[in-house]
Design a protein around this ligand. Structure first.
Ligand code: ATP
Length: 247
C-alpha cells in the first residue's frame, strides 16, 4: 500500500437510503499532517466514525499499518489500542483534577481519578508528564485544576492526553472552534509539531487555521474526495469553488 499508514479503499455507507460515504478512497502517510475540509454533510465525521470503528461501512476496506490490517469489524477499543486516537470537538478533561493528574491518567491509561490520586508516580512518568505539559504549552499550568483553564487550554490538555497514549494516528475534529486567534495559532503549531512523529488528520472549517497548518488538504463532497493538494491548489479548483458557493 505504497508505505501509507492508513488507506481507505472504496468505502461506502448508507443511512436510511442516503449515501453519506460514496466509494471514498484516499490514504495518509506515517508522519503526515492532513487537513480535511468540505461543506456540511460532506461525510467528514462519518469518515472518522468509520476509521475508529463507531460506524461500519457497507463496503470497502480500511487498511492499517505496515501489514495492511483491515480495521473493519474491529471494535472501537481494539482500534484505539492499534494506535488510533480521536479528539472530539468538545474537551472531556477531568475538571476537578490538575493538569498533571489528567496527563498522568492518560499516560497510565486509566479514566479513574482515584487510582491516580493514590498512586505515587515513578520518576519516569513524572518526567514524561512534564514533557507533555511543555509540548502542549501548559508547563506553567501543570498544578492548576483543569476546570480553571480557558477553553483553548482545555483543548490542548486533551490533545496532550491523547499524545500521552502515543497514537500512530491522531484524528482531530474542528480544534479551532471557539478559540481566540492566539489560541488557534498555538493549536496549529502544536498539531504541526505532533505530526512530526505521527500522522495527524484535522477536520476543520476555519480556512485561516487550515492555512496555518500548511499541509496537504483533502476536500470531501457528497462522501467522496473532490480535490486534493495544497490549500491554494484546491481553492483554485472550479469544482471546489462551485461546491462551496452551492452551485
Ligand atoms: N447516524 C446517522 N443516521 C442518518 N444520517 C446520518 C447519520 N450520520 C450522518 N448522517 C448523514 O450523513 C451525512 C454526512 O454527515 P457527516 O456528519 O459525516 O458530515 P460532515 O462532513 O461531518 O458535516 P459537518 O461539517 O456539518 O460536521 C449528512 O447528511 C448526515 O445528516
Amino acid at each position: 500500500m505504497n508505505g501509507a499508514l492508513l488507506e481507505v479503499a472504496a468505502i461506502s455507507v448508507t443511512f436510511d437510503g442516503f449515501k453519506a460515504i460514496n466509494r471514498l478512497s484516499f490514504s495518509i502517510g506515517p508522519a503526515e499532517l492532513r487537513a480535511i475540509i468540505g461543506p456540511n454533510g460532506a461525510g467528514k465525521t462519518t469518515f472518522m466514525d468509520i476509521v475508529t470503528g463507531k460506524t461500519k461501512p457497507d463496503e470497502g476496506q480500511v487498511l492499517w499499518g505496515e501489514v495492511s490490517r483491515n480495521l473493519i469489524g474491529m471494535n472501537e477499543a481494539r482500534i484505539a489500542r492499534a494506535g488510533i486516537g480521536r479528539k472530539f470537538q468538545r474537551p472531556t478533561v477531568f475538571e476537578d483534577q490538575t493538569v498533571f493528574a489528567n496527563l498522568l491518567m492518560a499516560l497510565k491509561n486509566t479514566r479513574a481519578p482515584l487510582a491516580v490520586l493514590f498512586y505515587t508516580p515513578k520518576r519516569r512518568d513524572v518526567a514524561r508528564v512534564e514533557d507533555l505539559a511543555g509540548e502542549i504549552g501548559l508547563a506553567e499550568q501543570i498544578r492548576r485544576k483543569a476546570g480553571e483553564l480557558s477553553h483553548g487550554q482545555k483543548q490542548w490538555l486533551e490533545i496532550g492526553m491523547l499524545l500521552a497514549q502515543d497514537p500512530k494516528l491522531l484524528l482531530v475534529d474542528e480544534p479551532a472552534a471557539g478559540m481566540t486567534l492566539g489560541e488557534r495559532e498555538h493549536t496549529a503549531d502544536l498539531l504541526r509539531e505532533a505530526a512530526k512523529t505521527r500522522a495527524v488528520v484535522v477536520v476543520e472549517h476555519d480556512m485561516e487555521f487550515v492555512r496555518r497548518l500548511d499541509c496537504k488538504v483533502t476536500v470531501f463532497h457528497e462522501g467522496s474526495v473532490l480535490a486534493e493538494g495544497s490549500l491554494d491548489h484546491v481553492t483554485r479548483n472550479q469544482d471546489v469553488i462551485d461546491v462551496y458557493l452551492g452551485r
